[in-house]
Design a protein around this ligand. Structure first.
Ligand code: SAM
Length: 246
């Protein structure tokens, strides 16, 4: 890629090398536990697993740690489900899409293996839906650790709730996610405060002013049923019943 084609650092940072050797232990291991105070293994992974279905869309994938962990050894979403696994992966970085597909194919499998249909969608989550997705409906959608990376302010990035609401099954569908909030939520932890400022200064994060109220409001505008929880400085959210006027 030439320098004139380069995108924001929050996209360029995800090189093959970072994804292969560094991302999982640094971002999901160290950062989630010690900086954002919301451990991956005890909080985020169980939350993802509870809401993963046989017809799932994962947005902002990086290494595919979460969907790969759900599918590990089963080749399908849940042992009691007979249907094939449909898994759409949406990301604006093709390295992340490739790394995730690789992780899923290498970790899923085993004797009870069911076919997994993986669809890669190279797209920006803040843009209108691509033709591939426009008429799709998913039973579950995830957006873990995505919004704090997206530049452009709350109004811009939170419109993705409306976009994703259009492709969620109206009855029984669930959208889940988590995002690190802005510096006011780091008041009690000096290391977290320094880290969130640093991440914003270098352009990896765009969340200095992100707050719970804006996110709850945007979720409520797009869905009838919304729940949020704060764990450390990370907001977890779950929404059902997309509004009819999306
Ligand atoms: C911090 S990683 C989170 C990955 C994974 N969900 C997790 O929790 O480990 C953010 C991911 O979102 C992608 N991403 C960031 N901004 C995006 C955007 N506007 N549209 C689509 N993908 C985006 C990045 O390429 C990266 O794969």
């Amino acid at each position: 890629m030439s320098s004139s084609e380069k995108g924001p650092i929050s996209r360029e940072i995800y090189t093959e090398r970072l994804l292969r050797y560094i991302y999982d232990w640094l971002v999901l291991g160290f950062n989630m536990k010690y900086l954002w105070r919301c451990p991956t293994k005890s909080v985020l992974l169980p939350f993802f697993k509870e809401n993963f279905s046989a017809n799932h869309l994962d947005c902002g994938v990086a290494t595919g740690y979460f969907p790969a962990a759900c599918l590990e050894g089963s080749g399908g979403s849940k042992p009691d489900e007979e249907q094939n696994q449909r898994l759409a992966l949406l990301d604006f970085n093709p390295n992340c899409l490739r790394a995730t597909e690789r992780a899923i194919l290498s970790r899923a499998g085993g004797r009870r293996c069911r076919p997994i249909d993986i669809e890669r969608v190279e797209a920006d989550v803040t843009a209108p839906l691509s033709a591939t997705l426009q008429h799709a409906k998913f039973r579950s959608i995830s957006m873990f650790n995505l919004l704090h990376c997206v530049p452009g302010g709350a109004a811009h990035k939170l419109q993705s709730f409306r976009t994703l609401g259009r492709v969620l099954e109206p009855e029984g569908g669930v959208l889940v996610g988590c995002t690190v909030l802005g510096e006011e939520y780091a008041a009690r932890w000096w290391l977290s405060r320094l880290a969130v400022r640093h991440m914003n200064r270098v352009g990896m994060f765009h969340n200095l002013d992100d707050n719970r109220e804006d996110i709850e409001k945007a979720l409520g505008d797009a869905f009838e049923d919304v729940q949020t929880w704060l764990v450390g400085m990370t907001l977890l959210f779950k929404a059902r019943k997309p509004r009819a006027n999306l």
